[in-house]
Design a protein around this ligand. Sequence first.
Ligand code: ARG
Length: 618
Amino acid sequence: MPSADPESYFIDECRESIAKAVSTCLHIDFEAAYGGVDLGKKGVDFTVAIPRFRLKEKPQELAERVQKYISEHPDPLIDHSNTDGGFIHFMIRDRALMRSVLDQVFRMSKPSKSAPHGLYGTNKSGKGKKVVIEYSSPNIAKPFHAGHLRSTIIGTFISNLYAANGWDVVRLNYLGDWGVQFGLLAVGFRKYGSETALSANAIMHLYEVYVKVNVDKDLETASGASPTMDEARGIFKAMEDGDPEALSLWRRFRDLSVEAYKNVYARLNIEFDEYVGESLVTNDNIENTMRELRNKGLLSEKHKWESQPGRNYKLPPPTDDAGNPLRDENPAWAVDLHRFKLDKPVVQKPDGTTIYMVRDIAGAIQRYDKYKFDKMIYVVGDEQDLHCAQFFKILELMDAPFVNRLQHINFGKVKGMRTREGNVKFLEEIIDIAKESMLTQMQTNAEKISNVAHPHATSDQIGMTCVKIQDMQAKRINAYAFDISRMTSFEGDTGAYLQYAHSRLCSVERKVAAEISLCEDPAEVNTDLLVEPKAREIAYVLACYPEVVRMAFKVSEPSTIVSYCFKLSHVISSAWETLIVKGQYKHLAEARLLVFVCARMVLASGMRLLSLTPLDRM
Ligand code: ARG
């Protein structure tokens, strides 16, 4: 089985044993049988649903036949099986499970140069393949809104997930750093800008300037023409024509903003290989794209009346008094995608300046030339579903050879991301709010806060964990309400709870450190002493982790990993009373400690996949 790794992972070894039995007994393909072995639910290790093999005989009879076969052909891994209609459930032998899983987790979680956090859970299915992942992608001088926050969090996770599945990952931040708004910003900076404010906080200052100049522009537009806007268009045109003066101011805005963003991203554990942006899509590529669209007969005029709200494209054009169809003097250029129910997106404005849409089309071509990717993913909110579908379709009509390698990973909206002062505008604001809320909570517990060496750094980390967990907890397409008090609570499945679970595992190790420590080789620990059902339950959950990583990959869902982390935390927390380490005789204490150490390793690894920094104390 190409996706299986029985040498590294006990779970794959078990599935192979089960698949062998099923395929021999039912005379079906081994691969089909392997694909039919699912992780079990409710205390069952594995389940095979016979109906999915679509065989002629009754599923129940076949299930019973397999059960009989298993009991007559003892297997070193399978303990027993039982049937439930057409389903057959398998239990694995306890000792084999404890021995193999704890050994594997312990050995494979060891840090190495190439894998600083170990390899347990990772696989090589993406070996030799390259994925380009674009996420975060805020707009300079505009607010960092919830869509950017989600793209940042989910995009980082998707990147980590691809890396864990063996892919070579290129992480891009595609900044909104081009367009007529930069002409407007230049006009605004001359009027309202301050060098001191710019170097103190570029992101905030540029935003303030942008807001002010927009007010001017709107006032002017309300009373007719807008000289401010005319000037802005002129500056942007100069930028597009490569005018060094116009470009140098813009470049400073961009550089300072990128610098500032890098600091906030670092605080959030978020990284990019490259800061690209709309500005870096070259004129050559845009011109080639336009030429190709024209040559392929894909361009059509788009008149102003076509974009009137509520207008049906099937209606004939409006006419003048003499009954002649109305024509714009300067129509825009668009690609008619009505036959695909994708509207008619404009690719070039009447004044010839480029727009978002064409930069995405030309940008994809440019990236393929550069990276020759096997896959490219855009992590963008569902409000741009139509935009993405449109530019993917246009690339398809242009016969771009890589169009099947493009994927839009979308997500739902966040409601209510606001402070007392109004809507949140900056990324830093969001994490500061979470941090403050966490710190306040910690300060209400005097005993707790006295144990924490660095309350500020700790509450910062927990706060960010809470923001991220809230974001990744449900299927990504679901919208959610930003709720600071609920997400920072220690009750229920929150980021704070997860950090608590991890630090409690660390504290067990610290508390017994004087008496016992685990040696290098876990094989010296006698895992046969682990007879408690709780120990087995934990070991089984640990065994599943590599499969959970593959499942999350299949559906690109962070919630798969979040749910797993909570499940693991819950079994651990239910085991404290029965799996006592302190005060037990050496061999038993060692064996139980090994369970908790392995649990800590896997929990940390799941948390890191989610871009969290697991805390040792809190
Ligand atoms: N900067 C854009 C925005 O804020 C998001 C960019 C999404 N990526 C893309 N290739 N269009 O809306």
